[in-house]
Design a protein around this ligand. Sequence first.
Ligand code: SF4
Ligand code: SF4
Length: 393
Amino acid sequence: MEQDNLFGRKLPKLGFGCMRLPEGQDGEYIESECQEMFDYAMAHGINYFDSAWHYVESQLMIGKCLEKYPRESYILVGKLCFYDGTLESIKAAEQAFAKELSDARTDYMDLELIHALGNPGSLERVDALNVWGFMRKLKKMGKVKHIGISFHSYPENLEKILKNHPEIEVVQIQANYYDHNTDGAKAVGGSYETYEICRKYNKPIIIMEPVKGGTLSTIAEHPEVRKMLKKADPSRSPSAWALQYAASLDGVLTVLSGMSTIEQMKENCEILGEKFIPLNEEEKDMLAEVAKLVESKKPVGCTGCHYCTDKGCPAGIKIPEVLACLNMLNQFNNPRMTRMKYYPAIEESSPRDCISCGTCEGECPQKLPIMKLIREADERLYIGNDIDLWANH
Ligand code: SF4
Ligand code: SF4
């Protein structure tokens, strides 16, 4: 099947991520604003709606706002998550899925994703519970049209998952021009390697976090970057460049944006709507230069050579990955996004396990004070085990 035609139609390049619908100060959704956004989306061909059982009550709002439209006129995506502290049995998954359908006022999901597969404990639990069998059953019953996963972890984990589970039809990954052109993200979900693995297994791709959790919208604060972007196109915003990059990648079905206002929606529709033009090679090269320039200014000069870990850190700490997170935090000041990289990096061993043997510092060609730096990373990023990485914190 043509990748573009998985849903029997070509998808819009912009997908509506429904995890940040407009809400008031009391935390309640503002129904009139939500309706306005859904109506605008539907009127402009944006008919792909990404939701999840755990996006607090958002599916209720989706159900209300989309009820007036014929069900076949839009694509609805749900998610079930099995990492620590979430769904712990198939019975719980059945109940969550039934709630998704009833909240969204529908009989079926066009696509159901196993969420954040690859996150701590998730794959093991999914295998142990045979969630795969459960998903296949939903598909056979017609309650799910397609099965997919969302993924935020290491490329090698994705390779393992895709190799073992041919029933996966779609993969949702993080991707942005910064991570694709630098080594800092090599070990985490947004790397180019992750994208290439999806291509290798011929899986249609849905992109999330194309603006790197908002961080690429402020990248022009670097004066040299501002100059480069302005020279290429004075009218294009930094976010527009990031969205266009993601949408220009081969094999991408749609690019999700978690929009909260009608203004954001209008702006994104301008970029990825009917007028969308893929980036040309020259523009992609320019963005690669931007990424490399910003990366070269990273505060901690870790080159990712892995000499420190090749010698064998007795505590098994992933030092280059931890330092990449410290750089990301310092460069973009976005703790929420950085924690999504940091927690997978410390899944097996964290800087708190360091026994101060000094082996790593003896091996580091950059003579970095590794022990001090990894401690700093942990102090700034670790906020306990029982946290929801997708919640605001
Ligand atoms: S000092 Fe800590 S981080 Fe470095 S090798 Fe020893 S245990 Fe590992
Ligand atoms: S040896 Fe030094 S430069 Fe190389 S990965 Fe380790 S910390 Fe980074």
